[in-house]
Design a protein around this ligand. Structure first.
Ligand code: NAD
Length: 358
């Protein structure tokens, strides 16, 4: 057993099919009376449904959340929260909507109640991101961690199957990197392994039938665990690469995580034998030496993308992506060496299956 420090940070979590029914009770527990409801334009109906439930305790709806939280949208939402006299923000949606709530909370300390409808896991983390003039700044601040999270799997039934697959693998990526984080601890390791197991079992079932209520519930349970890991320990090369590819080349978030994960894991595999054992168990007992290939197979078997070229990256961008990934490095188990990193990006670009460690 290695040395560790354990000080969990977690929102109050309410989980269960139909648990949106507890919204009023949870608003009461926050001591809030005027909730501002946030959503994307695409989920405006779900936002309206939440506001309708709350009746007079809904101060207003702001259905303008966007990917990567542009500063202009954050400013408009902050102004609207002040104008409405809101004393809490309810974010119903995925990481983009929770991210908008965090941008408001960072400025004002407004408590957030999150109702996640994807598997991204942002609701369990004190990590925020705001994009200004094309540059995304991220940071950690306890003020942005939601106070309460209501996980109602019924609300995830409408998440398109393709997005469910990539969103679920995005969550798995949080747990994989958590397993080799220098600040990990035994509880997070347990949560990471169980989170990977739950999602790896649920995703093929959802792929077969998006209306499978039990699989939806298991996937959201896995997302809670993986998001909790992200919120409590640090991340490494995989997240750095995805941040670079998303921020500088405008690649889609969950899909990029899906493509990069097997390659980032293969890159680190020889340096993280304990993590490899746990991932192998979570994937149903595969050989620990082949966990990177097994994650590639999982993505491919559920129809998820496996090549960066299919996400719009150009081969000519690979050198620049490599150079960017080498600047302001995150701590990583294996030292980052240019030729090996460039090779990783080439394989991810082409969609080659990593057979074992690279
Ligand atoms: P998203 O929030 O952008 O959602 C994608 C689309 O799916 C949106 O149009 C959304 O309205 C729609 N959608 C979501 N749930 C739906 C449902 N149940 N039914 C129908 N449509 C639904 O996607 P995401 O992958 O959840 O979040 C990505 C963003 O979150 C990125 O900006 C990423 O950086 C951020 N993120 C942050 C953290 C963190 O800890 N800060 C963690 C993970 C992701």
């Amino acid at each position: 057993m290695h040395d560790f420090t354990y000080r969990p940070q977690s929102p109050r979590t309410v989980f269960g099919a139909g648990s949106l029914a507890h919204l009023e009770r949870e608003i009461d527990l926050l001591g809030a009376r005027r909730a501002m409801v946030l959503s994307t334009p695409a989920q405006a109906r779900q936002g309206q449904m939440v506001a309708d439930r709350l009746g007079a305790r809904a101060a207003g709806i702001f259905p303008k959340a966007q990917m990567h939280v542009p500063i202009e949208a954050a400013r408009e939402a902050r102004d609207e929260a002040r104008r409405l006299g809101a004393d809490c923000a309810i974010a119903i949606g995925g990481g983009s909507t929770v991210g908008l709530g965090k941008a408001i909370a960072l400025d004002s300390g407004l408590p957030i109640l999150a109702i996640p409808t994807t598997y991204a896991g942002s609701e369990m983390t004190p990590i925020y991101g705001i994009t200004e003039a094309g540059l995304k700044t991220t940071g950690r601040d306890a003020r942005v961690l939601p106070r309460t999270v209501i996980y109602d799997p019924e609300l995830s039934l409408s998440l398109p199957v393709a997005l469910s697959m990539t969103s679920g693998i995005n969550a798995i990526a949080h747990a994989v990197e958590g397993l080799y984080a220098p600040d990990s601890n035994p509880i997070m390791d347990l949560m990471a392994e169980e989170g990977i197991r739950a999602l790896a079992q649920a995703l093929p079932a959802i792929h077969s039938n998006g209306a499978d209520a039990e699989a939806r519930s298991n996937a959201l349970y896995g997302a809670w665990l993986c998001g909790s890991v992200l919120g409590n320990v640090s991340v490494a090369l995989h997240h750095k690469l995805c941040h670079t590819l998303g921020g500088s080349f405008n690649l889609p978030h969950a899909e990029t995580h899906t493509v990069v994960l097997p390659h980032a894991l293969a890159f680190n595999l020889d340096y993280v034998p304990g993590a490899a054992l746990r991932i192998a168990r979570a994937l149903g007992g595969v050989d620990p030496r082949s966990v990177a290939g097994a994650l590639f197979d999982l993505a491919q078997s559920v129809g998820a993308p496996v090549a960066l070229r299919d996400l719009g990256l150009r081969e000519a961008d690979l050198d620049a992506a490599c150079a960017l990934a080498l600047t302001h490095q995150y701590p990583n188990p294996r030292p980052l060496e240019k030729a090996a990193l460039r090779q990783l990006l080439q394989m991810a670009y082409e969609g080659q299956r990593p057979s074992s460690a690279t």
